[in-house]
Design a protein around this ligand. Structure first.
Ligand code: IVH
Length: 675
C-alpha cells in the first residue's frame, strides 16, 4: 500500500514538476536549454522515483508524457467553436482582391491592419485547457467534430501540460499545427524503409500518421513540433487581436510560428509574404504559403464566415519552384539502407534561388513511367523544399540520341549482385560488407532489440566509424579500451562501460542476432519464428525459400529475402568472422519438430488486465508451448486471457465473440490440449 505522502515530499514533487516543465520549455520551445541533459535526467529520475514510491503524481508531471496503454479506437470530440479552413490565394492579384473585399465589407477605404505568418503544413489540433490544465486534445476532423488524441499530444514535449506564468483563463481552446521537421521526416522514412514499412509521402502525412496512432508510445518515438496560431472558445481573459493573442501564447510558453508580423495595409502585408518566401528554404519545416489575417478580433467577428472559411483570412500559396534543364548523366546511388536510387546529374540551374545540379529519380519504375533518358531536357521541381525531383520530360526537345538507363546488376559501391524483389520497386544491395551501409547496419546491430550494446548510440557509431575504429560489423568486438580513450567523447568510466556492454553482448540468442543482421523484412517477430524452427545459424546457410516457407506465418516475401541474404557467400563469411570473435549464440526459442505436439500450436492468445504472473512471462510461456501471443484482439484471436481490471480489449472480444478465459482456465486449456 502506498504510504501517506509527507508534506515535504509533496513539496519536492511539486517543485521538481515545475522545474522540469521549465527546462522542457527552455529546450523544446526556446531551443535554449540552461541545464545539461544529464542534469535533466537526474531530476527526472528523482521525480519518477518519488512518484512511484508514494503513488502520487500531479496532472502536469513530465512523467505523463511517455505514452499510455494503446487504445482500441479514438473517441469523438465536438469542438465548442468550429475549426475552419482557409481560402487560398495563388497570386498577388488574389491577395489584392481579398483586401478589396474586406474594405468593402467593412465599408472603409482606410488601410486594414493585417498579420502575416507562415502556413505550417501539418495537422490542425485543438488543445483544451480548464483551470490551466490540459485536459483534452483533438484533431480538426470535419471542423465540427474531431478525434480525441490527448495521450498522443501529451507526448509532444513543447505542448504545455499546464498554463503558467500568465493569469490563467478559466477555459481556453488553443489551436495550432502539429508538424514534423523535414530532417526528421527523412530520417523516419529511412528507418521505415529498412523495416520494409510503407513510406510517408511528405512531412505532413508523417505528422498526421504519428498523431493518428492508437498506441501513443509510437507517437512518443516521433519528433513532433507544434506551432500555435489561434483560439477557439475562451473564458476568463480578454484578447483583442491576433498579435495580442500570439504575444499571450508566447508568454504562456506555447510555441508560436517562426514569424508573425503586423502589417498596415495590403502592400505591407505583401512585403511580409515576400520576406517569408525568401526565408522559407531556411526553415527546418515545410511551408507552402503564408496566412494573412485581419488583426482585430472585433473586425474578424464583423466579417464573419462563409460556409467553412473565414472572410477575414486567406492563405497565399507560394508557387512550386520549377526550372528546366538537361540530364547529363544518371548514376545509381546506394543509400544507408542499401536501397539503390537512380540520381540524375543535371546541368546546373537556379530554381528559387538555389542552384540545383542533382535530382532524385526515386526508382526504376518512376524512370519507366516518366520515360526519363540520359540527355533529356526535363522540368525539375523543388516541392516543399525537399530533394528536387523531375516533374516531366520535354519530349519535343529529343534528338534521338537520348539513352535508357538500365538497372545496374552490381552495387556501384561494393560490387555485390543487386536484388530486386518481385512486386517491389526498390533495388537493393544486401551485402553486409557494403561500405555505404556500414554505419546504418552497425546502428541496427547494436540496438536494444538486437545485440543491445548500451552506450553505442548513433553519435558514438558515427565517431568510431569516422575515426576508422569500426569499418565493419565485426570490428565492434575488436574494440579496446585504449582505442576509446583516445577519443574526445570517452573518459575512463564511459570507455570501461562500453567495453563491458560489448562483452555482455557476446552472449546472445539466435533470434536477437538474426534480427541484428538487418535482413530485409526480418523484424523481431520473424527472427523469433526462424529461431523457433532452425536450431543453429548454420542451418540457414544456403537455405531454400520453400523450406523457410514451411514455417507457418512466414510468407514468400520474408522467405525470399532470407534466402537471398544467406546465399551471398560474402554475408556468410562476414557472419563467420563475427562468430569467430567469440560470440556465444544460444537458441532458447528452438522447438524440436514434433509437429502438432505442442499443446498451443496454432492458437492465438491476447492478454488484458493483471495476471498472477507478469505479462512477459505469460507470453513467453504461450510461445514456448507453440501458441502465439498477440497484442490486440481480432477475429483471429482464439482466447482472451482476462486478468484483474481488464481494459477495453474485453469489450472487443465480447463483440467479436472471442472466447475469454481466466489465467487458471488457460492453464486448464493447456492441460487439456497436452493430453
Ligand atoms: S489559421 C480560421 N494559421 O491551414 C483560420 N491556419 O488550410 C484557420 N494552418 O486548418 C486557421 N498554418 O490547419 C492558420 N498560421 C496558420 C496556419 C494554419 C497552417 C492550417 C490549419 C488550417 C489549414 C487551412
Amino acid at each position: 500500500m502506498p504510504e501517506k505522502i509527507p508534506e515535504n515530499i509533496k513539496h519536492e514533487i511539486e517543485r521538481l514538476v515545475k522545474e522540469l516543465n521549465y527546462h522542457c520549455y527552455r529546450y523544446y520551445v526556446l531551443d535554449s536549454p540552461v541545464i545539461s541533459d544529464e542534469e535533466y535526467d537526474r531530476l527526472y529520475n528523482r521525480l519518477k522515483q518519488l512518484e512511484d514510491d508514494y503513488s502520487y503524481s500531479s496532472p502536469d508531471s513530465p512523467t505523463k508524457r511517455i505514452g499510455a496503454s494503446p487504445l482500441d479506437k479514438f473517441e469523438k470530440v465536438k469542438h465548442t467553436e468550429p475549426m475552419l479552413s482557409l481560402d487560398n490565394a495563388f497570386s498577388y492579384d488574389d491577395v489584392i482582391e481579398f483586401d478589396k473585399r474586406i474594405n468593402k465589407l467593412l465599408e472603409t477605404d482606410k488601410d486594414v491592419e493585417y498579420t502575416v505568418e507562415p502556413k505550417y503544413d501539418g495537422l490542425a489540433i485543438e488543445l483544451s485547457y480548464r483551470n490551466g490544465l490540459l485536459y483534452k486534445a483533438s484533431t480538426r476532423g470535419d471542423g465540427y467534430e474531431g478525434e480525441d488524441v490527448t495521450p498522443n499530444i501529451r507526448t509532444i514535449k513543447s505542448v504545455p501540460l499546464k498554463i503558467e506564468s500568465v493569469a490563467v483563463p478559466l477555459e481556453i481552446d488553443i489551436r495550432g499545427e502539429v508538424y514534423m521537421d523535414i530532417e526528421d521526416f527523412e530520417r523516419l522514412n529511412r528507418e521505415r524503409e529498412e523495416k520494409g514499412e510503407p513510406l510517408f509521402a511528405n512531412p505532413r502525412n508523417a505528422a498526421a500518421g504519428s498523431i493518428r496512432q492508437l498506441d501513443s508510445s509510437i507517437t512518443a518515438s516521433r519528433r513532433l513540433h507544434l506551432a500555435c496560431y489561434g483560439i477557439g472558445a475562451v473564458k476568463g481573459i480578454e484578447l483583442k487581436n491576433q498579435i495580442g493573442l500570439i504575444r499571450w501564447l508566447e508568454k504562456a510558453r506555447f510555441p508560436i510560428p517562426a514569424i508573425v508580423k503586423e502589417a498596415k495595409g495590403i502592400d505591407n502585408a505583401a512585403k511580409v509574404i515576400k520576406e517569408i518566401e525568401e526565408k522559407r528554404s531556411a526553415f527546418p519545416f515545410e511551408t507552402d504559403g503564408a496566412v494573412i489575417k485581419v488583426n482585430d478580433f472585433n473586425l474578424q467577428r464583423q466579417l464573419g464566415v462563409k460556409t467553412r472559411e473565414p472572410r477575414w483570412a486567406i492563405a497565399y500559396k507560394y508557387p512550386a519552384h520549377q526550372g528546366t534543364t538537361k540530364i547529363k548523366e544518371i548514376i545509381p546511388s546506394v543509400g544507408r539502407t542499401g536501397v539503390i536510387t537512380p540520381v540524375a546529374l543535371l546541368e546546373p540551374v537556379k530554381i528559387g534561388g538555389v542552384t540545383v545540379s542533382r535530382s532524385t529519380l526515386h526508382n526504376w519504375d518512376e524512370i519507366e513511367r516518366k520515360d526519363i533518358r540520359v540527355g533529356d531536357y526535363v522540368v525539375v521541381e523543388r516541392a516543399g523544399e525537399v530533394i528536387p525531383h523531375v516533374v516531366t520530360v520535354i519530349k519535343e526537345k529529343r534528338t534521338g540520341k537520348e539513352k535508357h538507363f538500365p538497372i545496374p546488376e552490381k552495387c556501384p559501391v561494393c560490387g555485390s549482385k543487386v536484388v530486386r524483389e518481385e512486386g517491389e520497386v526498390a533495388v537493393r544491395c544486401i551485402s553486409l560488407d557494403c561500405s555505404a551501409q556500414v554505419q546504418e547496419r552497425i546502428r541496427h546491430f547494436v540496438g536494444r532489440q538486437a545485440m543491445d550494446i548500451e552506450g553505442l548510440g548513433e553519435k558514438n557509431v558515427e565517431l568510431l566509424y569516422s575515426q576508422g575504429l569500426i569499418k565493419h560489423f565485426a570490428d565492434i568486438y575488436k574494440l579496446k579500451k585504449e582505442d576509446l580513450l583516445k577519443l574526445p567523447r570517452f573518459a575512463e568510466k564511459s570507455a570501461q562501460n562500453l567495453i563491458d556492454a560489448i562483452e555482455k553482448s557476446r552472449h546472445t540468442t539466435l533470434s536477437k542476432f538474426l534480427y541484428g543482421l538487418g535482413i530485409i523484412h526480418v523484424g523481431e517477430y520473424a527472427a523469433k519464428l526462424l529461431s523457433a524452427n532452425f536450431e543453429r545459424l548454420e542451418d540457414l546457410h544456403h537455405i531454400k525459400a520453400e523450406t523457410v516457407m514451411e514455417i507457418k506465418q512466414i510468407g514468400e516475401k520474408i522467405a525470399n529475402s532470407v534466402t537471398a541474404f544467406f546465399s551471398d557467400p560474402e554475408n556468410i563469411r562476414t557472419i563467420e568472422k563475427i562468430e569467430a570473435l567469440g560470440l556465444k549464440i544460444t537458441n532458447p526459442d528452438f522447438k524440436e519438430k514434433k509437429k502438432g505436439n505442442l499443446p498451443l500450436e496454432g492458437l492465438t492468445f491476447v492478454i488484458t488486465g493483471a495476471l498472477p504472473k507478469s505479462r512477459k512471462e505469460v507470453e513467453e510461456m504461450i510461445e514456448e508451448l507453440g501458441g502465439h501471443a498477440a497484442s490486440s484482439v481480432s477475429k483471429s484471436t482464439d482466447y482472451l486471457i482476462v486478468g484483474d481490471e481488464p481494459g477495453s480489449k474485453l469489450d472487443k472480444a465480447k463483440s467479436l465473440g472471442v472466447k475469454t478465459v481466466t489465467y487458471d482456465e488457460m492453464l486448464k486449456v493447456i492441460k487439456e490440449k497436452a493430453k
